[in-house]
Design a protein around this ligand. Sequence first.
Ligand SMILES: Nc1nc2c(c(=O)[nH]1)N[C@H]1C(S)=C(S)[C@@H](COP(=O)(O)OP(=O)(O)OC[C@H]3O[C@@H](n4cnc5c(N)ncnc54)[C@H](O)[C@@H]3O)O[C@H]1N2
Ligand code: MOO
Length: 401
Amino acid sequence: MLEVLRTSEVIDIINNEFRYDEAEEVGLLESLGRIVSREIISPEDLPPFSRSTVDGYAVFAADTFGSSEALPSYLTIQGEVRMGEATDIKLERYHTVYVPTGGMLPEGADSVVMIEYTERLGKEVTVARPVAPGENIISRGDDVKRGDLLFTKGHRIRPQDVGVLAALGIIKVPVFKKLRVGILSTGDELVSPGENPGPGEVRDINLYSLAASVVKDGGTPEVYGIVKDDFKSLRKVLSDMLLDNDIVLISGGSSVGVRDMTERVMGSFDGSRMLVHGVSVKPGKPTLLACIDGKAVFGLPGHPVSALTIYGLFVRPIISHGELDSDVYVTARMAENYSSNHGREEYLPVRLEEDGNEYLAYPVYGESGLITSLTRAHGVVRIEAGREGLNRGQVVKVRLY
Ligand SMILES: Nc1nc2c(c(=O)[nH]1)N[C@H]1C(S)=C(S)[C@@H](COP(=O)(O)OP(=O)(O)OC[C@H]3O[C@@H](n4cnc5c(N)ncnc54)[C@H](O)[C@@H]3O)O[C@H]1N2
Ligand code: MOO
């Protein structure tokens, strides 16, 4: 019999046993999609000076109050600001200075009149419309202030984040190192997707769905192909994988069948420790985890849905370095009753349909051996252990895939 642990116990074991927190600094473009390894604080104000957001005339707003087409204000031109240059002009009352879009605001000016509402008459400008203080300008530090927290540890860098880092001159970005994840499939019945399966054979799904998951989550997969259910070959490949990878995923052979030798192979390395053999989760109960050379070696259940479910619960958080806000949820109403009385925590794939202002969640039925129960679903609902199931009409949280 397997000694079965709860999900939270496995997560605690992982957090206590493994440290995957090596960081590095990468260039701006390289940082896209990577996870920030420590707080990033702004070293300066952005913008670094107060700027106009339009082509026009910098003014004291008060000098334009009450102006109209019929009765414009007349302001004396005091000078001009050039793009990309500082200005030392101090604006005087009832004066104005021409400023291009993005140009530096002269001292004293509190707003800018768009050029369309002005007319130049020799050394003067007429203003046909009042502006309010602050209109058409961005003040120094409006975007970011020196010392502001830009990104917390665990944030995944998006294109707009690359933009703000560029704006602040942060050209070395502290991120967690990408983890190398060795993956192999075991099973005498498996053939590669490019081959035609003979009688009793099936194409390998897990190597590919797991490698794709690793790419999506920001790791680097190293695929070792299909290894026959044979102690020696499995042990040889695993020892190669341990040399070159941070984490190892072995799909299949984790249950209690006579040919399920993943556990025996894992245990055959010096100092290896079996941490988990069995998790109270449906699907995915026959899950193995060992620590070998300080590395996490997972034995994932062979059924394709179970392999991905367990990957999502335990492997993904490691590879994505505890990424914040990575899960997107919607709330939905169960469209049908669903019974779940096996005492394990369950992850139920659901298909969503819009119904007025809300979503209805339809359970996608299917054995864990049927990969399309995931492809036909939009997301997954967690059903706590000990619940009898879900009732029609009940509101549930759906984590989108
Ligand atoms: N007597 C028991 N039998 C089983 C139990 C149990 O508790 N007692 N648990 C079942 C559950 S739940 C699962 S999940 C599977 C897990 O089995 P293994 O991890 O040992 O995996 P295999 O036996 O190698 O394969 C199971 C199944 O999945 C198919 N498979 C395996 N690898 C792949 C792959 N890479 N791509 C596509 N399909 C794959 C394989 O052909 C089998 O059909 O055990 C149950 N049995
Ligand atoms: O729990 Mo198994 O993991 O059904 O497929």
